[in-house]
Design a protein around this ligand. Structure first.
Ligand SMILES: [Zn+2]
Length: 491
């Protein structure tokens, strides 16, 4: 069963943007409402629903934590941190553009960002397959140097950065379907290629920022930020189209190792700040689509592993598997590569021993040949020498074979036509025919000693027994030497 982590913290619900009229500070002709629009209620209702429905019991509870200052400083300036802290210490107030906090704002903002980091840690440690952080204040409008749009720190961007800096990931995707353009995430990563940041949002839905389709990152990050601004009134069909044509192909091409989703629900049809027409079904299929990409990315290296296992029997010197992907897959690929390395080493060692044995046989054979020369009986000596010659050939061929198996011999292109001509000349003798059939289309790529050994066998047979040799050029398989033995040949 797959495991979904869940992290939240009561302090996040205590974050209080103060007395507002929706999102405007009261005063002049603006009568205050009871609450700021980004008040605890919507998210508390989500939490209550999770609890009441029993779904929360099926999630893995993850402990919350604060983001440490050095973790915030990965993307934010020290000046920004000091400013937020000072506003909170002074009793609360505006920290940027539309980002008010109360006295506990500094603590709540650090806790909110910390929950996102805790979710990343749990996924990267393999404790859960995915995780949801229900926190506030939100983050995707917070820029490196200023708070904005209810957001104090860039929670999702900090989560992606955490995965890169601490867990060593090289490609993280951030898919943001909040109804507003995520200017903060864009500013954090616009010059970087290690984060693919995609936003689907209502065009010009947040007037201080743009988020147009031609804002696609700069420098090294060119092409790694994608904006899909949709006109107000778009519903499920437009989002599906954006997913099919932009989001999913981009994810497939980028192959992220982790996907972070700043999951604003304000593209829902009842949200007062958005003018989009999504519903619960829309958020469900978007989540499913992103999860499917992640699953496909997990499965792909497993398929590579299967293919590599099948190929191993045929070629021990095949290139090692790439050791990337999710942690478990990386470990499997590493184990496979080690096994292949050990197998190759094992076979090389045994081959060297056999080669040494064959080499040692040559000395007694030479000695026997010298002794044979002292034999008086002409007929016996000739037969003995012939037997010795055969034995010597066998030993030499074994040596050649072992050298070929050593695995280190380079594969070289062989001009098959020229080789056939040389062999034909070599075979020329009275009463023996030798012909060449066909022509090579391309050089044969292979081991020179292997070729020499095979041709040596054909040569020895014809020298010993007579017969005809046909050399056939086979476009796919190189050279074939076909020997026809005379019917009267001795065995
Ligand atoms: Zn929003």
């Amino acid at each position: 069963m797959s495991r979904t982590g869940f992290v939240t913290d009561e302090l996040c619900f205590w974050h209080d943007p103060g007395n507002y009229a929706l999102m405007l500070p009261p005063g002049g002709f603006v009568e205050p409402l009871n609450r700021h629009i980004e008040n605890p209620e919507p998210k508390r209702r989500l939490l209550n629903l999770l609890t009441a429905s029993g779904l929360r019991d099926r999630l893995v509870a993850l402990p919350s934590r604060d983001a440490a200052e050095h973790e915030l400083l990965r993307l934010h300036s020290a000046r920004h941190l000091e400013h937020v802290r000072a506003v909170a210490a002074a009793g609360g107030g505006e920290t940027g553009i539309g980002a008010p906090i109360s006295r506990n704002g500094w603590d709540a903002a650090r806790r909110s960002a910390g929950c996102a980091l805790a979710a990343v840690d749990a996924v990267m440690a393999g404790r859960v397959d995915r995780a949801y952080a229900l926190t506030r204040p939100p983050g995707h409008h917070a820029e490196p140097d200023r708070a904005m749009g209810f957001c104090i720190f860039a929670n999702a961007a900090l989560a992606a950065e955490h995965a890169i800096r601490v867990h060593g990931l090289e490609r993280v995707a951030v898919i943001d379907w909040d109804v507003h353009f995520r200017n903060g995430t864009y500013r954090c990563f616009e010059q970087r290629a290690d984060v693919l940041a995609i936003s689907i949002h209502q065009q010009a839905g947040y007037l201080q920022v743009s988020g147009e389709a031609d804002e696609v990152g700069t420098g090294a990050g060119l092409g790694y930020s994608l904006n899909v601004p949709l006109p107000p009134g778009c519903g499920d069909g437009a989002y599906r189209d954006a997913f099919d044509r932009i989001v999913l192909p981009a994810l497939e091409a980028y192959r992220p190792q982790l996907i972070v989703v700043p999951c604003g629900f304000d593209a829902g049809r009842f949200d007062p700040l958005g003018r989009m027409l999504l519903d619960d079904v829309s958020f469900r299929w978007m989540t499913r689509a992103v999860m499917d990409v992640a699953v496909r990315w997990v499965v792909r290296p497993l398929r590579q592993l299967t293919q590599a296992a099948e190929a191993l029997g045929r070629d021990l010197d095949r290139a090692p598997l790439p050791e990337d992907g999710p942690l478990e897959v990386q470990q499997a690929a590493r184990a496979f590569n080690t096994m292949q390395q050990r197998l190759a080493g094992f076979i090389n060692d045994r081959t060297r021993v056999l080669a040494a044995l064959s080499h040692d046989l040559k000395t007694p054979l030479t000695r026997m040949r010298l002794r044979a020369e002292l034999m008086d009986d002409e007929e016996l000596r000739s037969k003995f020498e012939s037997d010795l010659g055969e034995m010597q050939t066998m030993v030499e061929q074994t040596l050649e074979f072992m050298r070929g198996l050593g695995g280190n011999e380079p594969r070289v292109p062989v001009d098959v036509d020229a080789l056939a001509a040389v062999l034909q000349a070599d075979q020329a003798a009275p009463g023996r025919t030798s012909r060449i059939e066909g022509q090579a289309r391309a050089p044969w790529i292979g081991s020179a000693s292997l070729l020499k050994r095979r041709l040596g066998i054909a040569r020895n047979i014809t020298r010993g027994c007579g017969g005809d040799v046909a050399l056939r050029n086979r476009p796919e398989d190189g050279l074939a030497a076909v020997v026809s033995l005379p019917r009267t040949a001795a065995p």
